[in-house]
Design a protein around this ligand. Structure first.
Ligand code: ADP
Ligand code: ZN
Length: 443
């Protein structure tokens, strides 16, 4: 376990792991996969599953043999709730987290002390990669508690050696006071919350460029478009790096953008990354969108083999000017279960966001509502206006029709558009809720 903090000038937190060649990565993966599979035989769930199909740990001789192992699904975690999938006795576990339950019952993930240490190393690696050093002041606006974004970033930022401010979620005035009083240089936040924070800064006469020392944002935990990122960077006057995590894989730290901002580096010393066709479950070629499947390589309490994340993405490359050869994945489109099927057309909320963010007249908050009206399924997109100009009807109508046209080009359907005053749509403290489905008949 790497605990040493490198010199500030070093580009890498763990140079040996971050700069491995592809051949080195694959050799390490095979070694760690074999050890993981062996260890999984301590899990009643995996032991039974392997026995059922007559697979033995010794049958995993090459990385390609991974495909002999059945997938693990969220349903498996629910069926074995709370501890049935663990590969380590509870006595050796020191922490439990659970997913935020965005798409159903929560699932429980256990950690040993070693798991927590490795997780902190992963997060520290990411924060170091985007230029943060022990002199920085890191403020975490994630909710603490079961949500992994809280403690996950806390321990990672501390591992790096930063002064860490566990501000927690919400209470924007207090956040801003901390930012200015403590000289916060980096914030971790959910993208939808950064916009809110900026609004409150503006209302209180705080200019993030002049009145704060901010230089880096880590944004993640929910899907967001490139356009949304650009807006956030323009508003706050700093770089915003995409951070991917999920509780099943530990939490934040699984994938993170480097300074090139050309996709998320997924750490292949910790995970094997597969992208599969969600229907056939066969691998898709690099560049093609499919479901992300992850196998943990260093987890003790609860290793997961070929876990179907339901997140849709694609491989962008396996090398990078930053010197890291860990696979680069495209920003997530959303989860397969976020996909809206409306009149037979498949639409992701992120496609709608991308269009809306191109209109400077619009603010960042929006809500998609699906209804059945006289046997027809319809979509209404409510979006907040940056400024109120309700007295100028022709301007409103013109804006509405331009948005409708742009959306039609993107999603091939014509939604109703409702322009609403800023601050009138619900804001959640956690992940943003973008879609409300009130249809009578579900596809
Ligand atoms: P829940 O599964 O209940 O939402 P988690 O907190 O474990 O709880 O959420 C993990 C999920 O959040 C991922 O599977 C993914 O869908 C989403 N997510 C996390 N980070 C990102 C990101 N940077 N971009 C898009 N989606 C993300
Ligand atoms: Zn890179």
């Amino acid at each position: 376990m790497e605990k040493r903090i490198p010199d500030d000038a070093c580009q890498y937190f763990n140079e040996a792991m971050e700069t491995m060649t592809r051949a080195e990565i694959e050799a390490l993966q095979l070694e760690r996969l074999q050890a993981t599979v062996k260890h999984c035989m301590q899990s009643p769930f995996y032991k039974k599953r392997f026995e059922e199909i007559g697979l033995k740990p010794e049958d995993i001789k090459t990385l390609a043999d991974l495909r002999k192992i059945p997938f693990t699904t969220k349903q498996d975690l629910r069926d074995t709730y709370p501890f049935g999938i663990a590969s380590t006795p509870l006595r050796n576990c020191v922490r439990l987290h659970s997913s935020s339950g965005t798409t159903g019952n929560p699932t429980v993930i256990l950690h040993t002390q070693k798991d927590l240490d490795e997780w902190a190393n992963q997060v520290a690696r990411n924060l170091w990669m985007v230029g943060l050093r022990p002199d920085d002041v890191f403020q975490n606006s994630s909710g603490y508690g079961m949500f992994t974004g809280g403690l996950g970033f806390q321990y990672g930022a501390e591992r790096l050696g930063m002064l860490t401010v566990p501000a927690g979620a919400g209470n924007s005035l207090r956040q801003i006071k901390f930012i200015t009083d403590f000289g916060t240089t980096a914030i971790h936040a959910i993208p939808s919350y950064v916009t809110r924070l900026y609004e409150v800064m503006k209302e209180n006469g705080v200019d993030p460029r002049k009145d704060t020392k901010l230089k880096v944002l880590a944004i993640g935990a929910e899907p967001h478009s490139e356009e949304q990122r650009k807006r956030i960077e323009d508003m706050m006057g700093v770089k915003a790096y995409n951070s991917f995590g999920m509780s099943e894989m530990c939490g934040p730290g699984v994938g993170f953008e480097c300074k090139e901002q050309n996709g998320l580096h997924f750490w292949e010393d910790y995970y094997i990354v597969e992208i599969v066709d969600p229907e056939t479950l066969e691998p898709v070629p690099d560049g093609e969108i499919g479901e992300l499947v992850l196998t943990t390589l260093s987890r003790e309490a609860m290793p997961l083999l070929r876990y179907r994340t339901r997140d849709l993405t694609r491989v962008l490359g396996r090398s990078c000017p930053c010197g890291r050869n860990h696979v680069r994945l495209d920003r997530m489109r959303g989860r397969s279960d976020d996909m809206i099927v409306l009149r037979g057309v498949n639409i992701f909320p992120i496609q709608i966001e991308k269009i809306l963010m191109q209109f400077p007249e619009l603010a960042s908050n929006y809500l998609i509502t699906l209804t059945t009206d006289e046997d027809n399924d319809n979509m209404t997109v409510e979006v907040e206006l940056e400024e109120l100009f309700t007295d100028d009807y022709s301007r409103l109508l013109d804006l509405e029709s331009r948005i409708r046209r742009a959306l039609k080009d993107e999603i091939l359907l014509t939604p109703h558009i409702k322009l609403v005053p800023k601050g009138s749509l619900p804001v959640s403290e956690g992940k943003a809720v973008r879609v409300v489905d009130k249809r009578k008949v579900y596809q």
